[in-house]
Design a protein around this ligand. Structure first.
Ligand SMILES: [Zn+2]
Length: 148
């Protein structure tokens, strides 16, 4: 079981297992959010064990898309995707960046060029630069960073 939480902890969900792959999409909105999507339907579907509190998010959608992009009302993290018709459509996409304790080094990143750019922000150009900032969670959130 993998727990997930936004930065402030107001939006939480659980999935049965770590994703085998995540999707980096270059469309106009995904390339701005920087989300890495894992899905509850389609190929290698995730099993969603618990759903976030609907009151904890605000939804953005555009044009005639029937997809709502959910953001935490408090910290602004982009947490999940859901069809705008909530009555009949379950949550179908989760931002894997919210998942806690993953070893992302072993998760495949697939890239889909819906933005028709021909390039992506995520690519292994150079070695990883060691971080200089402390890995400090918000107060009371140490368990979400695997620090306790
Ligand atoms: Zn939050």
């Amino acid at each position: 079981m993998i727990k997930s939480a936004c930065h402030c902890g107001a939006v939480r969900f659980e999935v049965a297992a770590a994703p085998k792959w995540v999707l980096d999409c270059s469309c106009t909105v995904c390339r701005r959010y920087g989300g890495l999507w894992t899905y509850c339907r389609g190929e290698d579907p995730m099993t969603l064990l618990s759903e976030p509190d609907p009151a904890a998010t605000v939804v953005y959608s555009w044009l005639d898309h029937e997809i709502g992009m959910h953001h935490c009302r408090t910290c602004g993290c982009v947490t999940h995707l859901q069809a705008l018709d909530h009555e009949t459509q379950p949550i179908f996409g989760l931002n894997a960046r919210m998942m806690i304790g993953l070893d992302g080094a072993n998760i495949t990143i697939r890239r889909i060029d819906n933005g028709h750019l021909g390039w992506f922000w995520t690519r292994p150009d150079l070695p990883i630069i060691p971080g200089h900032h402390p890995n400090t969670p918000p107060p009371g959130r140490e368990e979400d960073w695997g620090l306790s």
